[in-house]
Design a protein around this ligand. Structure first.
Ligand code: Z5A
Length: 224
């Protein structure tokens, strides 16, 4: 949120290493928002806009491209500027709940802790791309790296550039997330290795408790 932009909606983010269950939880929440008539926008990063989906394809599917880590960072942030301007800010101004599958903590964890780019520089450039809009709450689904990768293999997902970085890289990313969760009260670490339905119910009761009056009573009662 910037000083000159009233933010009426609620901005929520799911984070975590590969296979942590972000997409699964985003879909469960999308369903819950729909059945309880909570106005919402669910999206993802990189992506969510035409530009962002184009950048996503470049970064994730064009393995033949040699992308320096500085370019990787700037591409993520280029996608983010469009995501904020075209998706997040308008939805917040409409008063909706915005739920994003990944956002700025991914950049801090992957490009900062993982790739080793100076974290202060990453944060500075990130602020430029977001215009200062920040999530009200970020939930990190924490799972051991091997556990998440095994889930993805089980789902038949092919390796992308980031998984190709190897276990050491992904361990740094996971540790990065854990460190970041200790620095900001708007960032919480959840156990993502529990069954999906259990994680979902924990998220729902956490949201209802953290933002009283923001969700209808049916939100915590609706059976998934
Ligand atoms: N990236 C970056 O470097 N910097 C940035 O700033 C941003 C991103 C924004 C985006 O890919 C890549 O971009 C990402 C970081 C980088 N790196 N990679 N790779 P992505 O977000 O599309 O990729 P992902 O994290 O690999 O997403 P994913 O495969 O979709 O994982 P997920 O969403 O966390 O998991 P899922 O799809 O919900 O579940 C995976 C499987 O596990 C599936 O079969 C589920 O049914 C199963 N699952 C899910 N939850 C459970 C539980 N609780 N128990 C058992 N099984 C489960």
């Amino acid at each position: 949120m910037t000083a000159d932009t009233p933010q009426h909606g609620l901005f929520l983010v799911l984070e975590g290493v590969e296979g942590a269950g972000k997409t699964t939880q985003a879909e469960l929440l999308r369903h819950r928002f729909r059945v309880t008539e909570v106005a919402h926008t669910v999206s993802r990063e990189p992506g969510g806009t035409r530009l962002g989906e184009g950048i996503r394809e470049l970064l994730l599917e064009r393995g033949e491209l040699d992308i320096p880590i500085e370019s990787e960072l700037l591409l993520m942030l280029g996608a983010r500027a469009a995501f904020i301007q075209q998706v997040v800010r308008p939805a917040l101004e409409r008063g909706e709940v915005v739920l994003s599958d990944r956002f700025e903590l991914s950049t801090f964890a992957y490009q900062g802790f993982g790739r080793g780019i100076d974290l202060n520089e990453v944060r500075r450039l990130n602020r430029f791309s977001t215009g200062g809009i920040r999530p009200d709450l970020t939930l990190i689904l924490d799972v051991p790296v091997g556990h998440g990768l095994a889930r993805q293999r089980g789902a038949g997902k092919e390796q992308d550039r980031f998984e190709g970085g190897g276990d050491v890289f992904l361990e740094r990313v996971r540790e990065g997330y854990r460190t970041l969760s200790q620095e900001d009260e708007r960032v919480l670490l959840l156990d993502g290795s529990l069954p999906s339905e259990v994680v979902h119910e924990e998220i729902v009761s956490l949201l209802a408790g953290r933002f009283p009056g923001r969700f209808p009573e049916t939100f915590s009662d609706a059976s998934g």
